[in-house]
Design a protein around this ligand. Structure first.
Ligand SMILES: NC(=O)c1ccc[n+]([C@@H]2O[C@H](COP(=O)([O-])OP(=O)(O)OC[C@H]3O[C@@H](n4cnc5c(N)ncnc54)[C@H](OP(=O)(O)O)[C@@H]3O)[C@@H](O)[C@H]2O)c1
Length: 260
């Protein structure tokens, strides 16, 4: 049995980079349905075609939407639930913007850009979780928020982006504690440096060959989306570190919920 058999999964930012690689990997792992969200529908359609080659029977919904817009969030969740007959197992909040490139210091940061980064990277995920939660809570399921090391260290120049990820990490912790009595788990993952459009825009002077291929960091996302991670909640993972050792240490100490 493949790890994601029967799972319906919503991925934001699925048109390129990590989101696209997650869609392809989830299809290989037997997902029943994928809801793919981004602003550029032509790119999303290309991903849909690639997914269908891997898994001809998978149900796919392509949603052209902007996660920084509350009205789009309602449409994302309504279209997803309509396609999947009200049954959503996994929500991956992956869509993100780096903000203006080159990245200004806070003193020079235009307030409209600052707001847009927070709306996309923090308020969008907040509203998506709020809106999808009622459909997910009964069957348990998994919320995965994609963060960054810039969400733990205030690097100069990474202002609005880093602040949005600090917020996302705090919000993830709070959701996890508030949902502790339920079977719904909330975890967040730093994928580490990857060669993607976002990273190239953030550090144009660096060599992208030094960064991981996003296709190579998807194992942790499969784990968190699958039933193997039942009972694991409120945790931060680093995709390019030895996260498996951390899970087994927690398990040895009886720290995972299902082992209480
Ligand atoms: N790359 C890295 O080294 C790195 C490191 C740490 C963390 N991360 C995190 O990893 C995640 C994926 O990043 P990536 O590097 O794969 O970025 P990417 O290649 O730039 O892809 C970003 C995705 O988000 C979508 N998106 C952006 N703004 C959106 C909006 N307002 N509404 C809907 N979709 C939107 C984009 O599609 P459209 O343009 O079509 O909307 C695209 O599909 C992000 O959360 C990022 O913060 C990346």
């Amino acid at each position: 049995m493949r790890k994601l058999a029967g799972k319906n999964i919503l991925i934001t930012g699925a048109s390129q980079g990590l989101g696209r690689e997650m869609a392809l990997r989830f299809a290989r792992e037997g997902a029943a349905g994928l809801s793919l969200v981004a602003r550029h529908v032509d790119e999303l359609n290309k991903v849909r075609d690639q997914v269908q080659k891997i898994a001809p029977k998978i149900e796919i919904v392509v949603i052209e939407a902007d996660v920084s817009k509350p009205r789009d969030i309602e449409r994302i969740v309504a279209s997803t639930l309509a396609q999947f007959k009200g049954h959503l197992d996994v929500l991956v909040n992956n869509a993100s913007t780096i903000g203006p490139s080159p990245m200004p210091n806070l003193l020079d940061y235009p307030v409209e850009d600052f707001r847009n980064v927070l709306d996309t990277n923090l308020i969008g995920p907040f509203l998506l979780i709020k809106s999808a939660l009622p459909a997910m809570i009964e069957g348990g399921g998994s919320i995965i928020n994609v963060t960054s090391d810039a969400g733990q260290v205030g690097y100069p120049g990474w202002g609005a982006y880093g602040i949005s990820k600090f917020g996302l990490e705090g919000m993830s912790q709070t959701w996890a504690s508030e949902l502790e009595e339920t079977d719904l788990r909330v975890n967040w993952v730093d994928p580490g440096s990857m060669s993607t459009a976002m990273h190239r825009a953030a550090e144009p002077e660096e060599d992208p060959n030094e960064w991981a291929n996003p296709a190579d960091v998807t194992d942790i996302f499969v784990f968190l989306a699958s039933d193997e991670s039942k009972g694991v909640t409120g945790k931060r993972f680093q995709a390019q570190e030895d996260w498996k050792a951390e899970i087994s240490q927690d398990s040895d100490k009886g720290l995972n919920k299902e082992e209480d």
